[in-house]
Write a protein that binds this ligand. Sequence first.
Ligand code: GTP
Ligand code: MG
Length: 198
Amino acid sequence: MQITQAQFRCSSAKVSQVPDDTLPDFAFIGRSNVGKSSLINMLTAHGGLAKVSGTPGKTQLINHFRINDRWYLVDLPGYGYARTSKAVRGGFEKLITDYVLRCERLHFLFVLVDARLEPQAIDLRFIRMLGENGVPFGIVFTKTDKLSKAQTERSLARYRATLSEEWEELPPMFVTSSARSTGRDAILDFIGRCLTEC
Ligand code: GTP
Ligand code: MG
């Protein structure tokens, strides 16, 4: 799929504020600083569509970007940012779970994990929650430009092994680097296939 149009639509502080049309949402989530906004800018080839920062916790709202007048790309707040106050963090977490579990717009959720790290408890907990609630999701490995091909392969194998302990079927996995535009076609073609099945 080619992206010919990418337009910011709205930021929502509550699930009741998300767009109320019938276009499907493809959302991106992960720990703060994992590279969500960078990935979104890489996918849409619009540097600056989503805000990128060295400061974790920058995205605190549900951001909808309308793509090709056909679907929404959604940037969600990062979970598990320890330096945010407990009250604020609780607010994000409620926003995230409300959206992920109760928003019928959500068609597919891409869960971003840093390819350099071994499977993190917080990500595994989130993934388990998705599986238990039947939310369709895939895993996106970010920042692979920091690893060799062999290291990336090992990282994926480690994730597969960890998930296989709990799940019979593994989710789709995508290897990406926003710095090198790796994985762009794989993700956009996947979304394109989902759209033709909608
Ligand atoms: P929050 O919105 O704060 O939750 O962060 P985020 O997940 O949107 O991360 P963001 O895209 O803002 O990137 C965080 C940091 O990681 C920035 O310093 C980016 O430059 C860096 N980064 C993101 N993607 C890549 C990548 O593919 N490769 C490398 N080397 N660095 C990356
Ligand atoms: Mg962000």
